[in-house]
Design a protein around this ligand. Structure first.
Ligand code: BF8
Length: 627
């Protein structure tokens, strides 16, 4: 049993702390317990020098020269670390890109079959035309469906191994693309580059850490400007480009009187249908028959971010809230797709009446109910899921229901388009405010929760320290949710901003932190950076911009950090990556990269010190730009 003081050190989120107490009482294990049980964690693994790639291993190369210098195959610490890092980037990029490919396949079906099959269609026609143009699809005499069909075919080619280049790369400014081309890291096939990455990590293929890491950058760029960007764009075309909206966030969005369905994961194609099914009159009447007032769908993690952005659906929390939301005792069903889902979630739910429903053959969990998502039957699957949840309502133990507090209101929905509209139709006012020094620059705070860091503290403290220095924040993923729970996604939070930024925010009635979506929507941050660079006629690497991932845990975050840096964005990590067993890799990712791409990684776990690094970087970028 944890002591009171112990719980207060685990999370900055007050409702999470209360739910943690309930979880303890219910005997539900959480990620914090499991982290504790793993102590001390392996130092070889933490520094990246552990290799388990082949059957001659596992091997360790000792960075302190006390143990063996090489693994059985002959790889030294530098190679082992670089090879592990390339594998991490590839896994992260593959997760985003496979998600993007799935969205593209559904988009293709929607184009071929029309709205009547499965319920998917085209919502943002304007964006369809713009994206089709980027992919060089001639739509002059084509119907909307024909245009979408041809676009889907072109997009799907990029996921194959045919090296035809990536169309959306052209969005990057020429100055940035030139750097990629000189280094040979311009991605030319999402699938091909990923297959090559896994080939290169095999024993006996590459022995040069630099060569290994350069391919990692290529794969990462194929994620940011390829797989992830495709997921974002096609999601917008099918479900609508986000517009600024009002909603609410934290565990308090669970409603005691309603049937609550939590949708968790990353791909919102089924959740969109669940949101619609929850509005069905017959299902709502059934909910009333069962004693509830109605049906409420709430999001979690990035699936939650997607439906918050596009539909204003309330969001229960970020990654470390996934067990705690069950501890409210008021969740009838948790519907998951993939990524960032604890494999132990069924075990956690067994402490309550909650049913865990898996929906992707890629992401099954023993003990969960599996209802496979198929785009052609998505509407009926969604209705079945909602019905199961409604029927479960009477099993709820009202004596164990404890919603730990009230939700915070949030303003979300900041796509590049909605930001541009809020600025009056162009980014010029933003650029002018930056040039005048009212806004010193912008920082993208992104990434996860990690129980090694007090939940949300890394995000919130970094954000507050940057805002007072007049740095505008754009956020995605669990970082944006941390800000939402803290009340920083409300226009009233502009009081946290410095003397320069505050009036700008107040005149636009904007929050100081702009929620730009899920992790795949870091591609929106790239698009915004590219648009700013074009306005200033420079490369991204010259902008007063920075990135940060204060609480990252995922291989996806390694890919995002790598494409930020490769795109020219200085990026500060709050959790040390597993590279410190190799001074060569550490040097490459810092000074080496700066010389090559004009940006680098830094590692700083203390939010205040991380803010100082970012402020110094932005100041020096401004100086070099002469603004
Ligand atoms: O893609 S921020 S913990 S939920 S990996 Fe996962 Fe990290 Fe959250 Fe979304 Ni992104």
């Amino acid at each position: 049993m944890k002591e009171d003081g112990e719980i207060s050190g685990l999370s900055e989120d007050g409702l999470a702390r209360r739910a943690l107490e309930d979880a303890e009482k219910a005997g539900m294990e959480t990620a914090w317990d499991r982290l504790q049980a793993q102590q001390p964690q392996c130092g070889f693994g933490e520094t990246g020098v552990c290799c388990n790639r082949c059957a001659m291993g596992p091997c360790q190369a000792d960075p302190f020269e006390e143990g063996p210098e090489r693994g059985v195959c002959g790889a030294d610490a530098d190679l082992i670390v670089a090879r592990n890092m390339l594998a991490d980037i590839a896994a992260g990029a593959a997760a985003h890109s496979d998600h993007g490919r799935e969205v593209a396949e559904i988009f293709q079906k929607a184009a071929e079959n029309g709205q009547e099959s499965g319920g998917y269609g085209i919502t943002d026609e304007n964006k369809l035309e713009k994206v089709a143009e980027l992919f060089d699809v001639d739509g002059e005499d084509a119907s909307r469906e024909e245009l979408a069909g041809e676009l889907a075919r072109r997009i799907l080619t990029e996921f194959g191994t045919h090296r035809s280049g990536l169309a959306l790369i052209d969005r990057a400014p020429a100055e940035t693309r030139e750097i990629w081309s000189e280094l040979g890291i311009t991605p030319d096939s999402i699938g091909g580059d990923l297959v090559e990455a896994m080939h290169r990590t095999h024993m006996g293929v590459g022995a040069d850490p630099v060569n290994m890491l350069l391919h990692g950058l290529k794969v990462a760029l194929g994620d940011g400007w390829g797989g992830s960007m495709i997921a974002t764009e096609l999601g917008d075309i099918m479900f609508g480009t986000p517009e600024i909206n009002q909603s609410s966030m934290n565990l308090g969005v669970i409603d005691e009187n309603m049937v609550n369905i939590v949708v968790h994961g990353h791909n919102s194609v089924l959740s969109e249908m669940i949101v619609q099914a929850a509005e069905n009159d017959r299902l709502n009447s059934l909910a009333e028959e069962k004693g509830a007032e109605g049906i409420k769908v709430v999001g979690l993690c990035c699936t939650g971010n997607e439906i918050l952005m596009r539909r204003g659906i309330p969001l229960a929390g970020n990654m470390l809230n996934q067990e705690l939301v069950l501890a409210t005792g008021a969740v009838e069903a948790a519907v998951i797709d993939y990524q960032c889902i604890f494999p132990s979630l069924v075990e956690s739910a067994s402490c309550y009446h909650t049913e865990i429903i898996t929906t992707s053959h890629k992401s099954k969990i023993p003990g969960a109910v599996h209802l496979e998502f198929d785009p052609e039957t998505a509407e009926s699957t969604a209705r079945e899921i909602v019905k199961r949840a409604v029927k479960r309502f009477p099993e709820r133990n009202s004596g164990r229901v404890n919603i730990p507090g009230e939700p915070k209101s949030v303003t979300a929905g900041f796509s590049v388009q909605s930001i541009t509209e809020a600025l009056g139709g162009s980014l010029t006012p933003l650029i002018e405010a930056i040039t005048a020094g009212d806004i010193k620059g912008a920082a993208g705070i992104v990434g996860c929760n990690n129980p090694k860091i007090k939940q949300d503290k890394g995000h919130i403290e970094l954000a507050k320290n940057l805002l007072k220095e007049d740095i505008l924040l754009v956020e995605t993923g669990c970082a944006a949710v941390a800000s939402g729970k803290e009340g920083m996604l409300q226009p009233e939070a502009s009081e946290l901003a410095g003397e320069g930024l505050r009036p700008v925010l107040e005149s636009l009635n904007m929050p100081p932190v702009l929620h730009m979506g899920a992790c795949v929507d870091c591609s929106r941050i790239l698009k915004l950076a590219a648009a700013m660079a074009r306005e200033l006629e420079v490369g991204i690497q010259q902008l007063p911009l920075a990135g940060a991932a204060p609480e990252w845990y995922a291989q996806k975050a390694v890919a995002i950090g790598s494409y930020f840096v490769a795109s020219g964005v200085y990026t500060v990590l709050g959790v040390p990556p597993k590279i410190f067993g190799s001074s060569e890799v550490v040097n490459l990712l810092s000074s080496g990269l700066e010389e090559a791409v004009g940006a680098k990684f830094a590692v700083e776990p203390e939010p205040e010190a991380a803010a100082e690094l970012i402020v110094d970087h932005i100041e020096s970028q401004r100086e070099e730009l002469g603004i």
